[in-house]
Design a protein around this ligand. Structure first.
Ligand code: ADP
Length: 257
């Protein structure tokens, strides 16, 4: 890409990011201000005042959540890594996001899946964000398929990730798909095609996914066809440890030994 075009793209992303943050915080501040003003007018009606104050409190919590999401994109906080299997994390996120929805989860997890060194909470976020997007892409219901298997990427392989041993997690939906011209922007913070507020589009989900994956030394790729569906591939470097070794070393030491 030409330098000029790249600079313009960068500026675009910064504008979208700054505009998004300003817009969200402005809405939250207006919510706090509006409720405090009403509370002032309602002095003498304690119950109504209390309601207004708790509405203002909720807005403060929204601001806090938003700040945490932005920090997760920016630096992600401290990674609390341990050696784990992705199988449990996938199942947990699936239950969390899809239970009670019209979207069915079709799981295929290899039995001998290599362990990975991950921050379990953050990996839960990665899976949950992808599954939530899949769910929203299929408003009429459908199936989201999640496959997990071991792969060895070699120099001759046609994938956009460096050579190595990975656990590959593929999240595939049959939803609305993504327009080709949006594909290289969906990981930008605050890029969203969803109606903010109504569908709860924040535009921060995939930015978080990308940031967390990179901080784990992993990679994420996407392929999509409008009207057909979308496939996200997560590549997580396989751990050098084996789960059995980890379990052994995590046992409490016995007295006298
Ligand atoms: P949000 O979901 O809040 O909009 P994301 O960063 O998670 O923010 O996603 C950015 C955009 O990428 C979405 O608004 C949507 O246009 C597109 N997108 C992401 N996942 C999917 C999917 N599974 N199917 C269709 N579009 C998707």
């Amino acid at each position: 890409m030409e330098a000029e075009v790249m600079r313009a793209r960068k500026l675009d992303s910064v504008r979208i990011l700054a505009g998004g943050i300003a817009h969200d915080f402005n809405n939250i501040m207006m919510g706090i201000l509006g409720n405090l003003n009403l509370a002032k007018m309602l002095v003498g009606q304690p119950e109504k005042v209390e309601h207004r104050i708790s509405e203002a409190e909720k807005a403060v919590h929204r601001a806090k959540d938003l700040t945490e999401q932005l920090l997760a994109v920016a630096k992600g906080g401290r990674l609390d890594k341990r050696t784990a299997s992705m199988a449990e994390i996938i199942k947990e996120s699936g239950d969390f996001v899809l239970s009670g929805s019209k979207v069915r989860l079709d799981l295929e997890i290899a039995e001998d899946l290599w362990p990975v060194d991950v921050d379990v909470g953050q990996m839960n976020q990665v899976l949950s964000n992808l599954l939530l997007n899949a769910r929203q892409a299929m408003p009429g219901g459908g199936t989201v398929r999640v496959e997990a298997r071991n792969v060895v990427v070699g120099s001759e392989d046609q994938v956009a990730v460096p050579e190595g041993r990975y656990v590959l997690i593929r999240v595939q939906d049959q939803g609305v798909g993504i327009k080709a011209e949006y594909l290289d922007r969906i990981f930008d913070p605050y890029f969203t095609t969803k109606d903010r507020g109504t569908e709860k589009g924040t535009g921060l989900g995939l930015a978080m996914v990308y940031s967390i994956m990179r901080r784990h030394g992993g990679h994420v790729t996407v392929e999509s066809e409008e009207g057909k569906g979308t496939v996200f591939d997560l590549y997580l470097p396989a751990s050098h440890k084996r789960l059995s070794q980890v379990r052994e070393s995590q046992r409490p030491l016995q007295k006298g030994k």
